[in-house]
Design a protein around this ligand. Structure first.
Ligand code: CA
Ligand code: CA
Length: 296
């Protein structure tokens, strides 16, 4: 029988690594709650000041890792996001060395946002929060990878489709998979152009399942009726190639003729930027799930 496991936000890591000590163990099919800190590890106070004490905080902390019994290298780990709740206060900034358009220095102070009623307010505009998970991933195959860097294991992908109701699929590279997550955003636009989403702590409830006999090169997210392959690399050009290659493989493995798969993708696949501010760029190739198989 399934049980609910809770991982406290005191169990955070700054590197996704196969040698990390598990914060918790679970079985295939279990439901697990991850309490997450904001990307500053709590260094930003509600008054907008930021504690800069060296060594006191974990950069971009991820809660975990969770050891999923039975997950082995070569498997896929399915992570269904059952619920995603954020705290009341989020922040953005400060603005030193941030953004993608060349402006530098600390002209952008920390801004605190109260989203306790589920609304974001800025410049007289009010819009609903749309919470998503910035960092989510498993232990990579080789050396550990810091939680600022997205790669084949997931990590800091900052993909807006990773939100409540979505299911994310990861290639397992270490025994137990070692799932970890954090860096929630109450709102973020594709690209994350200032380097900050609306950074906020929260709580994520997931159900995990091990899929045997299939593998992936890059994480996949299914969000509503959209399937997206999420690839990360040094340049967005490389990401586009890697994401479309795996989407093509998914389509042909589900019965599409090679030529028709290519032409379908040219008509119905969208390449979208996830983020362009992290040590690797991230792009997703997405298509409606209605096109995953041919009808004839
Ligand atoms: Ca991030
Ligand atoms: Ca963030």
């Amino acid at each position: 029988m399934s049980s609910v496991i809770r991982i406290s936000s005191s169990d955070v890591i700054g590197t996704m690594d196969k040698n990390n000590r598990p914060a918790a163990y679970c079985n295939d099919g279990d439901t697990v709650i991850f309490e997450t800190k904001d990307c500053s590890d709590g260094a930003v106070s509600p008054d907008g000041t930021r504690d800069q004490t060296p060594g006191k905080f974990v950069g971009n902390p991820a809660t975990g890792p969770l050891y999923v019994n039975g997950a082995e290298p070569g498997d896929i780990l399915e992570v269904k996001i059952i619920s995603l709740k954020t705290g009341k206060l989020g922040f953005m900034g400060p603005g030193k060395r941030v953004n993608v358009f060349g402006l530098v220095e600390a002209d952008y102070p920390v801004r605190i946002f109260d989203v306790s009623d589920g609304q974001v307010r800025i410049g007289g505009h009010v819009f609903p929060a749309d919470p998503m998970i910035g960092v989510i991933g498993v232990a990579p195959a080789g050396e550990g990878i810091d939680t600022f860097t997205p790669a084949a294991h997931g990590g800091n992908m900052d993909c807006t489709r990773i939100r409540e109701g979505a299911a994310v699929y990861f290639p397992v590279s270490a025994p137990g998979a070692l799932l970890a997550m954090g860096d929630l955003h109450a709102a973020m636009g594709d690209g994350e152009v200032s380097w900050y989403g609306l950074e906020i702590p929260g709580e994520v409830t997931v159900q995990v399942r091990v899929i045997k006999g299939k593998t992936l090169r890059w994480p996949v997210v299914v969000d509503g009726k959209t399937l997206a392959v999420i690839a990360s690399a040094k340049t967005t050009d490389e990401c586009c190639v890697l994401a479309t290659e795996q989407l093509y493989d998914i389509l042909t493995s589900r019965g599409w003729d090679r030529t028709e798969a290519l032409y379908l993708m040219s008509m119905k696949c969208d390449l979208r930027v996830c983020q362009i501010v992290d040590p690797n760029m991230t792009v997703r190739a997405e298509i409606s799930t209605e096109y995953l198989q041919p009808k004839n």
